[in-house]
Write a protein that binds this ligand. Structure first.
Ligand SMILES: NC(=O)C1=CN([C@@H]2O[C@H](COP(=O)(O)OP(=O)(O)OC[C@H]3O[C@@H](n4cnc5c(N)ncnc54)[C@H](OP(=O)(O)O)[C@@H]3O)[C@@H](O)[C@H]2O)C=CC1
Ligand SMILES: CCCCCCCCCCCCCCCC(=O)[C@@H](N)CO
Length: 359
């Protein structure tokens, strides 16, 4: 017997006789760690089963509602840059013609076409159906529909005209249902397609000033989740985009009546450029991701509000599991600061009212 063998047998003898059980917790820890590693590896092995195949935009027909301005126009330009054929849908014809020119500048080949359709997406379903049919006759079946037509109003609940609640629901919600309904049958037959709904960070959290707007954007999430469950076997993928404030004509209009509270709260998330938003949401829709978020606050909000929404990659699921508690903790601080903004604004208003009266 060599000296080395002698030593190791001495150690094992000692362990057997004395306290081998001291090693037990370490062994168990090792086994648990091995199981976790094996589980994660297994998840990654099956990940191709849950990750959709990306859509090829080159040669695809993309319909963009609200494509004549702001985020919608930038989405159209982004898709055109990747070789798509575009149908722009909005009401105002002169804005449509102007946007068409801008989109055409992004062409990458001379076969690409931009078609304009003037229609109100929120009023009459049969009209929406017939214009989508016209577009399909000219540019072929729709591969991707981007529901971006929408409008925002920010005012205090009691100052909002009662009619506004219905109007926003019509434009932002029904205006997304109708075009979707008009393209879905053909998509199902072809067993392919993408549907994007442009919601908002105000479709993930209810904020001061958005009592009419937020519900119309929250509604899109419910529609998207239900629709995705129906459409998955047909290889159709639904994306909900949640942009923060974005520098567009729509935002400028909204800012005219926006209460100070809403301005201060929204500043948390900053203002994005529409080109940047378009790039991110188009990429997510092409990949078939259910949730598309913009910026670090957007990322946190998406994980925090994932609820029962579908996952489209293992990484996404794991990130949600790991970060949920931490982000909720951060969110409580944000909520506290929003409440204090609202309280401070109220006190200030009351003070200035008192001063006015005393003068
Ligand atoms: N800008 C922002 O801060 C954010 C915007 N969003 C959402 O993104 C979307 C686009 O916003 P944004 O780019 O700012 O808006 P804009 O006001 O710049 O553009 C809105 C587009 O929608 C069209 N549109 C509006 N109503 C209708 C209708 N009834 N039928 C057909 N088309 C219509 C408009 O054309 P026309 O008026 O000629 O019909 C225009 O093309 C909206 O849904 C908005 O809620 C989400 C988060 C942040
Ligand atoms: C961990 C938790 C993080 C929480 C961060 C919260 C940030 C709140 C900012 C909300 C901004 C709302 C933008 C609405 C934009 C919009 O839809 C209109 N401008 C449309 O015109």
């Amino acid at each position: 017997m060599s000296a080395e063998e002698g030593l190791s047998s001495a150690i094992s003898d000692w362990l057997i006789i004395n306290s081998w059980w001291l090693l037990l917790p370490f062994v168990m820890l090792l086994v648990v760690a091995a199981f976790i590693v094996a589980f994660v590896l297994l998840l990654y092995m099956i990940s191709p089963l849950i990750s959709p195949k990306p859509l090829k935009l080159n040669g695809a027909h993309v319909v963009v509602t609200g494509g004549s301005s702001g985020i919608g126009k930038c989405i159209a330009m982004e898709c055109y840059r990747q070789g798509a054929f575009i149908t722009l849908v909005a009401r105002d014809e002169s804005k449509l013609v102007q946007a068409k020119k801008e989109v055409e500048k992004c062409a990458i080949n001379d076969k690409q076409v931009v078609l304009c359709i003037s229609v109100d997406v929120s009023k009459d379903y049969s009209q929406v159906e017939s214009v989508i049919k016209q577009a399909q006759e000219k540019l072929g079946p729709v591969d991707m529909l981007v529901n971006c037509a929408g409008t925002a109003v920010s005012e205090k609940f009691e100052q909002l005209e009662v009619d506004r609640f219905r109007k926003l629901m019509e434009v932002n919600y029904l205006g997304s249902v109708y075009p979707t309904r008009a393209v879905i049958t053909t998509m199902k037959e072809r067993r392919m397609g993408r549907i994007m709904f442009v919601s908002s960070q105000a479709g993930q959290i209810g904020l001061f000033g958005y009592t009419a707007y937020s519900p119309s954007k929250f509604a899109l999430r419910g529609l998207a989740e239900s629709l995705q469950m129906e459409m998955k076997p047909y290889n159709i993928y639904v994306t909900v985009a949640y942009p923060p404030d974005t520098d567009t004509p729509g935002l400028a209009e909204e800012n005219k009546t926006k209460p100070l509270e809403t301005k201060m709260i929204s500043e948390t998330s900053g203002v994005c450029q529409p080109e940047q938003v378009a790039k991110i949401v188009v990429k997510d829709a092409v990949q078939g991701n259910f949730t598309s978020s913009v910026g670090p606050d957007g990322y946190m909000l998406a994980a925090l509000t994932c609820g029962m929404s579908p996952v489209t990659s293992i990484t996404e699921g794991l990130q949600q599991i790991v970060t949920m508690g931490l982000f909720r903790t951060i969110a409580l601080f944000y909520l506290g600061s929003f409440d204090s903004i609202v309280r401070r604004c109220m006190i200030q208003r009351e003070q200035s009212k008192a001063v006015d009266k005393s003068e």
